[in-house]
Design a protein. Structure first.
Length: 374
């Protein structure tokens, strides 16, 4: 075995020993909350398609029409030939939806976070992240070359203390957090965080990946990024901000400049989804209502978003419960470290407007039995 394969094999063995090795499971999503894997059709509570829009007939038709007219790919980076007018129309729609002057669409939410933070901070600057920030916020922060520190999860007091101690020693400062935390489903106290950041002349970047279309917007950060791949049912990422900030990103965010533009069909689908989302408040309210029905049935803290964590602890125990749920017809994937901190492996239950009450009640019953809450 050559040294490369020996390295990979050794790493895999270590992951396996910790029950942390990841493998792919081919999954075919259907309409509603159906997902077929291993030859069975399951009710999925693991998709982020919170409003069921990825399979909405109007969203599908918009994508199909765009592919038929404009092809499958964009053919170049936005700054060369990949700036299809659908992208500009989507940016106008996102800026209007968020109430900002402008918006910029990136290839994905991950790429957006890789580009935004390094375009605003560098050596001699300070980046302060919530300790539970998503991996792509960390990745963007680390690319800056700035001093990167964390504040305690959802703790404005700790943020204020850290800014008081460190802010004077750095040039520019950024505060990074999420409107809804992806693995815990809780919301950041944004009013407090924005106020504190402003006091210390720090710029706040809020990741709204799991918020848009599901929870009310609340106070607006100067930098609001998100993804088109969850409630908007498509693919891609975005930043909503002031005109000068968006113009700066267009020239300086490396993950925008040096990558191929989003396919026109993805933009067309997201724009149609945004139109539906804005027109249908009942659809928007449903994931949270269903999540609260589930937390009430299980005696868990009331859901704050469409995401509900059921903490299990050890990775193997989470995998076992997930497998038992799959045997009962539910797809609820176990989330393990390093996605979540060690010892907090969990079931991450995601609710969608595509679920019905009976499905939610049946899942609650199965989870209650498997986690000893029955
Ligand atoms: C909080 C958060 N930010 C960003 C992303 C990345 O978005 P995308 O899937 O569009 O790359 C995700 C998950 O995918 C996320 O959960």
């Amino acid at each position: 075995m050559d040294s490369l394969d020996a390295f990979a094999t050794g790493k895999l063995e270590a992951l396996e020993a910790g029950r942390l090795r990841r493998t792919l499971v081919p999954t075919e999503r259907g309409s509603g909350a159906a997902a077929a894997r291993r030859g069975r059709t399951l009710v999925s509570f693991s998709c982020n398609d919170y409003l069921g829009l990825s399979h909405h007939p109007r969203v599908i038709a918009a994508a199909q029409a765009a592919v038929a007219s404009h092809g499958a790919g964009s053919g170049g980076s936005r700054l060369v030939t990949g700036d299809h007018p659908y992208l500009g129309a989507l940016e106008d729609g996102l800026a209007r939806h968020k109430g900002t002057e402008a918006a910029l669409v990136f290839g994905s939410g991950y790429l957006a976070n890789l580009g935004i933070t390094p375009a605003l901070a560098g050596r001699g600057d300070l980046v302060l992240l919530d300790a539970l920030s998503h991996a792509c916020m960390w990745a963007g922060a680390r690319l800056t070359g700035a001093r990167v520190l964390t504040f305690r999860h959802n703790d404005p007091g700790d943020l204020a203390a850290q800014l008081a101690e460190h802010r004077p020693h750095y040039g520019r400062a950024l505060v990074l957090t999420e409107r809804v935390f992806s693995m815990d489903g809780d919301r950041a106290p944004l009013g407090d965080i924005l106020g504190i950041a402003e006091t210390f002349d720090a710029w706040t970047l809020v990741d709204d990946a799991h918020g848009i279309g599901v929870v009310e917007d609340g106070p607006r950060a100067p930098l609001e990024m998100g993804t088109l791949s969850k409630a908007l049912g498509s693919y891609g990422g975005y930043l909503c901000a002031s005109r000068p900030v968006i113009d700066l990103m267009t020239s300086r965010a490396r993950s925008f400049v040096y990558t191929t533009g989003l396919p026109p069909a993805s933009a067309a689908a997201a724009l149609e989804a945004l139109t539906i989302l804005e027109a249908e408040p009942d659809r928007r309210a449903r994931p949270l209502t269903l999540a609260r029905r589930f937390t009430a049935r299980l005696g868990l803290p009331e859901a704050e978003s469409a995401v509900v964590p059921v903490l299990v602890g050890e990775a193997q125990a989470a995998l076992d419960i997930s497998a038992a749920l799959e045997a009962s017809g539910f797809l609820v994937v176990a989330i393990r470290p390093p996605t979540v901190p060690a010892g907090t492996a969990r079931l991450r239950v995601a609710f969608s407007a595509a679920h019905d009450e009976a499905q939610v009640d049946a899942l609650a019953e199965a989870v209650a039995v498997l986690t000893g809450r029955a």
